[in-house]
Design a protein around this ligand. Structure first.
Ligand SMILES: [Zn+2]
Length: 478
């Protein structure tokens, strides 16, 4: 039987400082690998609370780790603080109002709350470890560049999680519950074709068109779609069409492919097929092709024992306690949304549609979490390295679209603060359950091993690919 309740008191005692942190981070939205002010704020709190600090995790200046405790198992709690371009928005406003002077960036995915709640949970576990003298360590990971950056993949590759026993994470959501481990593995690969330029009219026979190669590659891939797994996705964008002159045979052209699949194994099979098509296009056009992997993340692996332990915490704590004022605010935001978005939010979790509810007042049952939407996240790579569990914490109005100005606008209101504190208790409680109960960690590891035995983790990032720190930092200044 779990005895995690005392750690919830430590969450309560530290909540004001961490709510302040989430508001501060909300006010300094920074893009992937450029989160310098945000990480400095997280560092400040880690120092105030007496964590042993590791800066520049995996050589990334905006990644930080803070550890507390002695001996025993290592529980990782993952936080994020990066923002999104184009989602700057005035707080609490129910009309779209970008805030000037912020470069157009905003916390349209709630990562200001994400990092702060995770750090709050880590602080509570630290205090619980000290108070009880339990052997064990808690380690907070401040992870940058989740959006389009996949920093956790680089941190895993660098060995940052090698000694971790269990990893815990969460994401802001409309409903509270255990996250269903559904996300797609993906990779971005650039295919650059080189041919031979020539006068398209006077000497066409001397030209070898790289643009033809790109077009044939795209045709080939589009024919492949019929014969690939139905949940795989392939998208492409032309980075270089070879110039603007139709009378010059295009000697160079480049296309970027984004390939997504249910898991790493399926992804690697699909990548191999796309590469064959690129080679075929080069053969047909007498051009050459060079490829470069730009980024890659793994799909999420679930972990049944940890999910049950987290669900047990949700059941004992109950749903977040929002009040009438919170519900009224949420209703005002719902008035700006499409009715179908609100209905879909209930249906996605197999819940009866109830338009009288503007904020979550239940815990989504473990068995009908449903399909939370198929995107991709770099938590996937952590989940292939160590047993990992994620919560979803209700912080915004039901129906709020992901990556929207409405989400940014709700990111520092009282409901989001309550959601932050609530989910910190869930994570801290789950961590304490693991620290008190070696059988839980053992079961989590057995579950992990069963899932990875036949298909062990292969880091999807090429060995020579480095985090795009410089380019991203420069891009962020524009
Ligand atoms: Zn997010």
């Amino acid at each position: 039987m779990s005895n995690a309740e005392p750690v919830w008191d430590y969450v309560e005692q530290n909540k004001d400082r961490l709510i302040q942190l989430s508001d501060d981070v909300w006010g300094m939205p920074e893009i992937a690998y450029n989160e310098h002010r945000s990480v400095a704020e997280h560092l400040k709190v880690l120092e105030e609370k007496g964590f042993k600090i590791t800066k520049d995790v995996a050589g990334i200046p905006t990644a930080v780790a803070g550890e507390a405790g002695e001996g025993g198992p290592v529980i990782a709690i993952l936080g994020e603080y990066d923002a999104l371009p184009g989602l700057s928005q005035k707080a609490d406003s129910t009309t779209q109002e970008p805030v000037e002077g912020q470069g157009g960036m905003g916390h349209g995915c709630g990562h200001n709350l994400l990092g702060s709640a995770s750090l709050l949970a880590a602080i509570a576990v630290k205090e619980w470890l000290e108070e009880t003298g339990t052997p064990g360590r808690v380690r907070y990971y401040g992870c940058p560049a989740e959006e389009g950056g996949a920093a956790k993949g680089f941190m895993v590759r660098d060995g940052a999680f090698d000694d971790v026993d269990v990893a815990i994470c969460w994401h802001p959501a409309a409903f509270s519950g255990v996250n269903e481990a559904v996300s797609l593995a993906n990779t971005r690969i650039d295919f650059a074709f080189t041919g031979r330029s020539s006068h398209a009219a006077a000497a066409p026979h001397l030209g070898r068109s790289a643009l033809d190669a790109v077009e044939l590659m795209n045709v080939g891939v589009n024919y492949m779609r019929e014969h690939m797994p139905s949940d795989a996705r392939i998208h492409y964008a032309l980075l270089d069409a070879g110039g603007v002159a139709p009378n010059v045979v295009q000697g160079f052209a480049k296309v970027r492919y984004l390939i997504r699949a249910r898991d790493l194994v399926e992804l690697n099979q699909l990548i191999a097929r796309v590469r064959k098509i690129a080679d075929g296009a080069a053969l047909m056009t007498e051009t050459t092709v060079e490829t470069k992997v730009v980024s890659a993340v793994s799909n999420l692996l679930g972990n049944t024992p940890l999910e049950k332990a987290m669900y047990d915490n949700f059941q004992r704590l109950g749903p977040p306690q929002f009040d009438d004022a919170d519900r009224e605010t949420a209703r005002a935001f719902q008035a700006t949304m499409k009715d179908e978005d609100i209905v879909a939010a209930f249906r996605r979790h197999g819940l009866p549609v109830d338009r009288s509810k503007s904020l979550c007042d239940i815990i989504v049952p473990l068995e009908n979490r449903g399909n939370g939407g198929v995107g991709s996240t770099d938590v996937g790579d952590v989940s292939w390295k160590v047993p990992t569990v994620q919560a979803r914490g209700a912080t915004y109005a039901i129906g709020t679209p992901g990556h929207s100005w409405q989400l940014t606008a709700q990111g520092k209101n009282p409901a989001s603060h309550k959601g932050l504190v609530h989910v910190a208790k869930i994570m801290a409680g789950t961590a304490v359950d693991a620290l008190q109960n070696p059988a839980l960690i053992k079961a989590a590891k057995e579950d992990y091993e069963a899932r990875t035995k036949e298909t062990p983790y292969v880091c999807p990032l090429p060995a020579d690919l480095q985090p795009p720190i410089k380019q991203m930092s420069q891009a962020g200044k524009n």
